[in-house]
Design a binder for this molecule. Structure first.
Ligand code: NAD
Ligand code: UDP
Length: 332
């Protein structure tokens, strides 16, 4: 029988693609989500959905009692950096306490494997690029700090209870399922590519490029955009890696190619064939110059082979979703 995997946060952007990919590969899937930032319409009808909060131990225990879960993919979190700076306790409460409760329920039900959505934000302002898995983790905002605390919790929980885990530190998640049936719909939207595509659709007049005086070739921030289906694939490989008896570990996931904000705008103009007006605006605050992943260990140890190595293809998948669902899940 197929393994049953719990995806906590499975109604969110990355979670909904994770659920899709697990089902494609024959897994049985249970979704836990409180719909705080996720969407009921993003819930895959082939999965069993439990609406509730990961901070609620009674709720989690009920799910683990009803379902025969072999592993947990832990994607639920708050993840808006400026909000975390204004309201850090909201982030420590949701992200860190949520993980404490999840581990308590897993321990009580003898569930041995967890794959965790970590982030490049745990590195802060890295001194070296590309960023290796072993680079110093010095977060510069409460969101990154909460995720680093969660990574550290994983180490001690493994030592005490033998729950094995892999932290996957995504750089910039981007794109959508190719058929445009699910995609990115955050409210408020803060991510570059969906905001560019909103501008392409004429929903806003001008894209604001936050800062052109960074220490990069064209002065705008350089980021590493990785397709979410490639991310989802890495989770399945990480799960197999743990189930094969390997030790807990952490890996950086990116495409290993950096693009400046201006390069992303230029690529989006080519994909959409729209003018996409853009203007320079002051720095947003808290943005490191350059964030590019060194994903060589994920490739070597997990056997990860990202499929999307062309930024135009990645943007095209996001554009297909946007054209089919201009108002996101409201249009579904
Ligand atoms: P998202 O907001 O779309 O998804 C998060 C999901 O978790 C939502 O469906 C939300 O309703 C749910 N959720 C939040 N708190 C919950 C709780 N306490 N109980 C139950 N459900 C809860 O975000 P996303 O962009 O899909 O990100 C998914 C994960 O990946 C997050 O952990 C985020 O920190 C991490 N991450 C994202 C990126 C990115 O570029 N989007 C990069 C690095 C890491
Ligand atoms: N950005 C921008 N205008 C926007 C949104 C984002 O110039 O409207 C820039 C942002 O400053 C950063 C890059 O685009 O340099 C990627 O931002 P995003 O929020 O997508 O991801 P982050 O790198 O912050 O995780």
């Amino acid at each position: 029988m197929a393994d049953t995997i719990m995806v906590a946060g499975g109604a969110g952007y990355i979670g909904s693609h994770m659920v899709h990919q697990l089902i494609e590969e024959g897994y049985d899937v249970v979704i836990v989500d409180n719909l705080s930032t996720g969407h009921r319409r993003a819930v895959n009808p082939k999965a069993r959905f439990y609406e509730g909060d990961t901070r609620d131990l009674d709720f989690l225990n009920q799910v683990f009692e009803r379902e025969n879960i072999q592993a947990v993919i832990h994607m639920d979190a708050f993840s808006i950096v400026p909000e975390s700076v204004k309201n850090p306790l909201k982030y420590f409460d949701n992200n860190v306490i949520g993980m404490v409760k999840l581990f308590e329920a897993m321990q009580q039900h003898a569930i041995h494997y967890l794959i965790f959505s970590s982030t490049a934000a745990t590195f802060g302002q890295p001194k070296k690029t590309p960023v290796a898995d072993s680079a110093p983790q010095e977060p510069i905002n409460p969101y990154g700090e909460s995720k680093l605390m969660m990574e550290q919790m994983m180490k001690w929980v493994d030592q005490a209870y033998g729950i094995k885990s892999v932290a996957l530190r995504y750089f910039n998640a981007a794109g959508a399922l190719e058929d445009g049936s699910i995609g990115e719909d955050h409210n408020p939207e803060t991510h570059l590519i969906p905001i560019i595509l909103r501008t392409a659709m004429g929903e806003q007049d001008t894209l604001k490029i936050y800062g052109n005086d960074y220490n990069t070739p064209d002065g705008t921030n350089v980021r590493d955009y990785v397709h979410i289906i490639d991310l989802a694939q890495a989770h399945i490989l990480a799960l197999k890696y743990l189930q094969a008896g390997n030790p807990s570990d952490a890996f950086n996931l990116g495409s290993s190619t950096g693009f400046s904000v201006q390069e992303i705008v230029a690529a989006a103009r080519e994909v959409t064939q729209k003018p996409i007006p853009a203007e320079f605006a002051p720095r947003r605050g808290g943005d490191p110059d350059t964030l590019v992943a060194d994903s060589s260990r994920a490739k070597k140890v997990l056997g990860w082979k990202p499929k999307y190595d062309n930024i135009h293809d990645i943007i095209q998948t996001a554009w297909t979703w946007k054209q089919k669902h201009p108002q996101g899940y409201q249009d579904k």
